[in-house]
Design a protein around this ligand. Structure first.
Ligand SMILES: [Fe+2]
Ligand SMILES: [Fe+2]
Length: 139
C-alpha cells in the first residue's frame, strides 16, 4: 500500500466521522417518545468520541502530506428510534471493520502510532456498537 492510498483510506474514515457527528447531532434532536431522552443523552455522549477521532485523522492526513476532507459521508434519516439505532449499529459495525483493515495497512507500512491509534478507534466504535445493541435488545 502506498502513502497516497493510505491518505485516501484515512480520508474515507474522516468523511465517515464527520457524517457520524452530524448524524448523532441530528438524531439527538429528532429522538422522541419514551426512549427519546435516553437516546439524546447517548448520542450527545458519543459525539465527543467521534470528534476526537476526526481530529486525530485530520492531523494524521496533514502530517502525511494530504488534504483532509471536509465533506461528510451522507447518511439516511429514519424517523423512529428503532430505525435510527438499527442504522447506527450498522454504521458502527462498518466502522470497526474499516478501522481494523486500515490498522493492518498501517502495520504493513511500519507506522506503529497509526496502527495502535486506529485499533483504539476501532475499539471505541465496537463499544458504541455494543451500547446500541443493548438498547435495541430491549425494544
Ligand atoms: Fe468514530
Ligand atoms: Fe462510533
Amino acid at each position: 500500500m502506498s502513502n497516497d492510498a493510505l491518505i485516501q483510506g484515512l480520508n474515507e474514515d474522516l468523511a465517515g466521522e464527520l457524517g457520524t457527528i452530524i448524524r448523532y447531532n441530528y438524531q439527538a434532536g429528532r429522538a422522541e417518545g419514551p426512549i427519546g431522552e435516553h437516546l439524546r443523552e447517548m448520542f450527545r455522549r458519543e459525539i465527543p468520541d467521534e470528534l476526537g477521532h476526526a481530529a486525530f485523522l485530520t492531523d494524521m492526513i496533514v502530517d502525511l502530506g494530504g488534504e483532509p476532507t471536509t465533506t461528510p459521508t451522507p447518511f439516511g434519516k429514519p424517523s423512529s428510534p428503532k430505525e435510527m439505532l438499527t442504522l447506527d449499529l450498522e454504521m458502527e459495525r462498518a466502522d470497526v471493520k474499516r478501522y481494523t483493515e486500515h490498522a493492518r495497512f498501517a502495520e504493513e507500512l511500519g507506522a506503529i502510532e497509526l496502527k495502535l491509534k486506529l485499533e483504539e478507534i476501532a475499539a471505541d466504535e465496537a463499544r458504541h456498537a455494543r451500547e446500541i445493541e443493548r438498547i435495541l435488545r430491549g425494544m
